[in-house]
Design a protein around this ligand. Sequence first.
Ligand code: ZN
Length: 349
Amino acid sequence: MNSFFIEFRDPLFSIIILLGMIFVISFFSYWWGRYKAKDNYRYLDRFLEQFHTLPSEEELKELIRSGELSQKSWLLLADAYTKNGDYEKAIDIYSELLLLDQNGENVRDIMFLLGKTYFKAGFLGRSRDVFLEILKKNPRTPQALHYLLLVYEYMRDYQAALEVLEPLEVLNEDVSKEQLYLKVLALLHAENLDDELKTNEIIFLYREYKQLERMIFEYLFRTDPNRAWQELDFEKCENIADILWQLEKKDVRLDIISRSSFLQELYTAKGYVKEAKSSDIFELDLLIHLPKEVGATLSFEYICTNCKVVFPFGFNRCSSCHSIDTAALEYGVVRDYRQEMHEASDSFL
Ligand SMILES: [Zn+2]
């Protein structure tokens, strides 16, 4: 027993105890620091998570009903959702705002925004119903009439779309181009009409109005190239150079192109004829002078002359601003991959 007390009093034992205590305290302080840091991260994650997840439909309704935000703030938020392509959330907001304030002064505007968002989201039936409801109470609303016309056009109900033009005409709007466009669309999609009759009707409309060359000649060159060449106005050729460029050599009327310097330049650049020596259009001039072995061809982009949005494909109605016949051609010169693929497939034979 005494020997134990002697050892306990030994300075070496005290040092060991001291070192042991330092080790235990350091370990716990390190562990506590790690635990706190982890806890902080978890808190931060939970805090940030609420910004990443969108509120559910029920949460949105509760927030709107609570009245903490003004109607204008909700409209701005719905607009931001629409611009981000989250139409569902924008529709939830507009619908709830309308439920809360059924007789408010902004009902017509909110209904219009709801109809527009339904249209963008592809809910055409609901969009039509909203615009019809607006027009029932406010028949002189041209914006709603324009959208209703678009909805009917997308639903391929061209007769209903043509009927929408009547009230627009009463409101002194120039609807002649819309009318022609819808009539041609109706003919193009008419299932029970003989092809020759369809072509005759379309040519009849073109002779009368001399508009919508892209839409009309795209169809005519595809179905009856000879009649298309007969009806083609040389002044309008540059607007549809892409359609003319795509024609096969057998469908090109050499007797007709010899009467137009632009067509001679276009088809010399294509390699069908050798009539032109140069062109004022840089891209055509380049292709006329380049040897055919280089394997270059013409490319096209389409800029809407109304809203200036550029599209890689031709259009009759701009999907951005909804204007008709506003596609202007932009030329480019690119490598001809089709020719390369054609040559490669020939080499396998
Ligand atoms: Zn446009």
